[in-house]
Design a protein around this ligand. Structure first.
Ligand SMILES: Nc1ncnc2c1ncn2[C@@H]1O[C@H](COP(=O)(O)OP(=O)(O)O)[C@@H](O)[C@H]1O
Ligand code: SF4
Ligand SMILES: [Mg+2]
Length: 439
């Protein structure tokens, strides 16, 4: 069974002693699936492998970068779906797959009943109007030889709409005004504008074709903090005004906290947790999400002083050869500090499925546990007395369970069970070593 197969089918955990009310409905009213709306776009079991080729004439394929692995989600109208994770975890590739800018290795992107991954460039062209992208770097993404008017008019010209049906100069002026720029400055070049203003130009260009979905790839990461708020407010206003759906990509949960309706957390190409934003920030359940959350500055200076970051050991492993079992295990603080060797055998040998832990709240961890203390105080890793979400596995996995290949790498050789004796420990780099070897 794949991780997305498990979504919606796993019985929701009943947590003994859990009195936290369920918060799957947004305070601003029912949106997305809760509002009974159809998704603008649905992604199912998306996989992207980039081939690695040898040097020289033959250019033989010698491996794959496993950039995106079995990713599934829906994006609803008038909703901001945020994708968060460290650099290299596959956020940009997922955004580009959604827009069919790179061919998918496997999986589907369903838009208006059609699977975009099966469409040719020509078939895709009319649909491109509905889906636009805003890039991270407002300095590199605007052509310095074009005036702002030309930049914003460019998509209209490409789609043969400029000069027809009253679409012309006034349309460009209205778009510039809509994103908070002075239409009188349309004859200037992009380098005459600040970073925040350039990002507004990029947004005006993306809005020109009246899209239904905007993919915003780290749209404020290159901007000063003081400028970020202005661009985020603009995006929120535009969403309310135009009913747009946003896929908002960022590495920074503190930015996401301001704008997200729903959040998808990615690690090494996989979704490790996803929930409504309010629910996720209240009950982060995956150790990786908890670590990202511990980096968010707290507004209260006393709590901020007490705040303890959950630091992750080592670097993100190579996506060419991801760790067996749980991809996060080489950096997981819970794996290193809290689990015994029987429990670790699950993490080392078995890929944790993305399971529903609360209504609409999924996490991919065998030993998921809510941490409610992170954003409230500076409690340390063991401070929370949180209940287990679903029943943790007991004993050790059987040989048959271990033989199941990883979801999006079915061709990889069958795993040999790794049995961990009592003298195996986890060193500072997350490697399993026997105590004798360790020094
Ligand atoms: N065109 C490409 N060819 C080979 N590898 C790529 C290509 N694009 C991205 N990757 C790799 O895929 C992984 C995910 O990259 P990316 O989607 O850009 O991550 P993020 O946006 O989260 O930083 C990285 O390891 C990156 O090096
Ligand atoms: S499955 Fe194990 S290694 Fe992975 S996140 Fe959970 S506790 Fe950590
Ligand atoms: Mg990126």
């Amino acid at each position: 069974m794949t991780s997305a197969d498990t979504q919606g089918t796993t019985p929701v955990a009943t947590v003994p002693g859990d009195t936290t009310p369920d918060v799957s409905v947004d305070k601003r009213g029912p949106r997305g699936a809760a509002g009974g709306q159809e998704p603008v776009l649905s992604v199912r079991h998306l996989v992207k492998h980039f081939p690695i080729r040898s040097k020289g004439l033959t250019r033989r394929k010698i491996g794959d970068v496993h950039a995106v692995c079995d990713v599934s989600f829906d994006i609803f109208p008038n909703e901001t779906l945020c994708v968060v994770g460290e650099s290299g975890c596959g956020k940009t590739t997922t955004g580009r797959l959604v827009l069919n800018l790179v061919p998918a290795t496997a999986g589907e992107v369903i838009y208006r009943g059609q699977d975009l991954t099966k469409l040719s460039f020509r078939q895709m062209r009319p649909l491109r109007r509905d889906m636009q992208i805003v890039f991270q770097d407002p300095f590199a993404s605007l052509d310095p030889r074009m005036t702002v008017n030309e930049i914003v008019a460019e998509p209209l010209r490409i789609h043969g709409m400029y000069g027809k049906n009253n679409v012309g100069r006034d349309t460009i002026r209205a778009l510039l005004k809509q994103v908070g720029l002075n239409p009188e400055h349309g004859n200037r070049y992009s380098h005459e504008f600040s970073g925040g203003q350039r990002q507004r130009i990029g947004i005006a260009r993306a809005l020109a074709l009246k899209p239904k979905l905007l993919v915003l790839d780290e749209p404020v990461s290159a901007l000063d903090v003081s400028i970020q708020a202005g661009v985020i407010n603009l995006l929120e206003d535009l969403q309310t005004e135009l009913g747009l759906a946003f896929m908002f990509i960022s590495h920074d949960l503190s930015v996401i906290r301001h704008i997200a309706d729903r959040v998808v957390v990615m690690y090494l190409g996989k979704i490790v947790e996803s929930a409504d934003a309010e629910e996720l920030f209240r009950r982060p359940s995956h150790p990786y999400t908890q670590s990202l959350m511990s980096a968010i500055p707290l507004p209260d200076p006393i709590k901020e002083r007490e705040r303890q970051r959950i630091l992750l050991a080592g670097d993100v492993p190579s996506p060419v050869n991801p760790p067996s079992g749980c991809r996060f295990r080489t950096r997981c603080p819970k794996f290193a500090n809290e689990l015994n060797n029987h429990q670790r055998e699950w993490c080392v040998n078995i890929e944790p499925p993305l399971e529903e832990k609360f209504t609409g709240h999924t996490a991919a961890c065998h030993f998921a546990e809510v941490r409610t203390d992170i954003l409230e105080s500076g409690g340390g890793p063991t401070a929370a007395a949180s209940p287990a979400l679903v029943k943790w596995p007991t004993g050790v996995p059987t040989d048959e369970q271990i033989q199941v290949p990883p979801v999006c790498m079915p061709k990889s050789p069958p795993l040999m069970p790794q049995r961990l004796s009592d003298d195996v420990i986890v060193d500072a780099e997350g490697e399993l070593v026997t105590q004798g070897e360790h020094g």
